[in-house]
Design a protein around this ligand. Structure first.
Ligand SMILES: Cc1cc2nc3c(=O)[nH]c(=O)nc-3n(C[C@H](O)[C@H](O)[C@H](O)COP(=O)(O)OP(=O)(O)OC[C@H]3O[C@@H](n4cnc5c(N)ncnc54)[C@H](O)[C@@H]3O)c2cc1C
Length: 389
């Protein structure tokens, strides 16, 4: 098989990129390890910045997003005593949209056949070859047959555990990492949300987040030590803990119900450089991870894809090799700022095991400052809606 761009991974980054390239008439093939059903079964992000909404709009795949997505004009930080509302729309003139990553993926997946985007699900043993040349290729097994896919570029959209990043030689690689000493225990339930806007709470028992996927589906989190086992957390125990950590006002509005998904996700900040090496570009979680505080992961994948599509379109349609050369620097500038925001919000809203009274006093002082300063709220709001691309 031969194509112009071979894309590894059919998560949101890979599918978005595939659609953007096809819209420009560029040939590409997406190769995915899992089945389509498995990909859709993963419950992940749910807050979309305008970059992500705009890309779906540009592709004409935003009908369901516009019909079902919830436009959010603000969110709240809770410090155990009060809700500090960040008036995102009032401070920035922009909003975010609550629409699950699963739904974005479903919309992209459903439109792939009619847009001429081939997606090979269930491909095993994907390996990258000759990425330092102008003729890289993938090998893999698909439907029992050994396959080879030749391309001019490979784009690694294969998440944190995929093979693409590992294909870049260690001699040029730089890794930056912070692993957090807790994970987020999430519960998804078909119950109305306790509040129409997200609440991030820093309670003395730990962090909690009240969020939603729709008017009838809620997503809540509490942070737990990494040693905790999901089997030890019955639904009732999670609802009890949420009611305490989110504070009495939110607790009064919590509707309890059976979980339809429950899991513990570890938290990590991670950046890999360079995001391009030879004929290989990396996008999304393949190159970086943010803790979910601030909801940046999916949106960063979308902004990488925006820059990658620009670079590849420049290369194929305007013969502009510089477009490829400048991809990594453009993407990384935005990645680092999102890393900074996610890390700052994580530090502000969680109790770290090594923190003493001083660190706690700093959190209290900072939350108090945010509560009383329009400048501080504006800074948070403009990062939350997403920095410009
Ligand atoms: C449990 C969890 C909860 C999260 N919650 C949030 C949240 O609340 N808010 C937020 O903003 N972000 C959240 N994120 C992050 C967000 O989901 C990711 O940033 C986003 O999925 C990145 O998209 P991606 O396409 O780069 O990677 P992925 O979605 O990971 O997609 C990568 C794809 O590559 C495929 N792949 C992997 N290996 C191979 C291989 N060898 N061959 C072929 N294909 C391969 C995978 O199967 C997958 O389909 C969460 C992540 C996790 C894991």
């Amino acid at each position: 098989m031969k194509t112009q761009v071979a894309i590894v991974g059919a998560g949101p980054a890979g599918l978005l990129l595939g659609h953007l390239l096809r819209a420009e008439g560029i040939e590409c093939v997406v190769v995915e390890r899992q089945t389509g059903d498995y990909v859709l079964g993963r419950i992940r992000a749910g807050v979309l910045e305008s970059i992500t909404v705009n890309l779906m709009e540009r592709l004409g795949l935003d009908a369901r997003l516009k019909a079902e997505g919830l436009v959010e004009e603000g969110f709240n930080l809770a410090d155990g005593e009060r809700l500090i509302r960040i008036d995102v729309a009032g401070l920035t003139g922009q909003t975010v949209t609550v629409y699950g990553q699963t739904e974005v993926t479903r919309d992209l997946m459903d439109a792939a056949p009619e847009r001429g985007l081939p997606v090979l699900y269930g491909a095993s043993d994907v390996a990258l070859h000759d990425i330092e040349s102008d003729a890289p290729y993938l090998t893999f097994t698909h439907e029992g047959r050994a396959e080879r896919l030749d391309a001019r570029f490979i784009v690694g959209c294969d998440g944190f555990h995929g093979p693409s990043r590992k294909a870049i030689p260690a001699s040029v690689a730089r890794e930056y990492e912070r692993v957090y000493p807790f994970g987020w225990l999430g519960i998804l339930a078909d119950v109305p949300p306790c509040n129409h806007e997200l609440i991030y709470a820093n309670h003395e028992r730990g962090f909690a987040l009240a969020s939603m996927r729709s008017h009838t589906r809620s997503r809540y989190y509490v942070d737990v030590p990494l040693t905790e086992k999901i089997e030890d957390w019955s639904d009732e125990r999670i609802w009890d803990e949420l009611a305490i950590r989110l504070g009495p006002d939110a607790a009064a509005n919590i509707t309890r119900g059976p979980s339809i998904e429950k899991s513990i996700a570890p938290l990590r900040s991670y950046v890999f450089e360079p995001m391009r090496h030879g004929s290989l570009l990396l996008c999304g979680d393949a190159a970086h991870i943010v803790p979910p505080t601030g909801a940046k992961g999916l949106n960063l994948a979308a902004s990488d894809v925006h820059y990658a599509a620009q670079a590849l379109t420049g290369f194929f349609k305007a013969n502009d090799a510089d477009a490829i050369a400048s991809y990594a620097a453009k993407a990384l500038a935005r990645v680092w700022k999102s890393e900074r925001f996610s890390w700052t919000l994580t530090k502000l809203m969680h109790r770290f095991p090594d923190d003493g009274p001083f660190e706690r006093a700093m959190q209290v002082a900072e939350l108090d400052y945010i509560a009383t300063s329009r400048a501080a709220q504006t800074s948070i709001a403009e990062n939350y809606v997403g920095l410009p691309v």
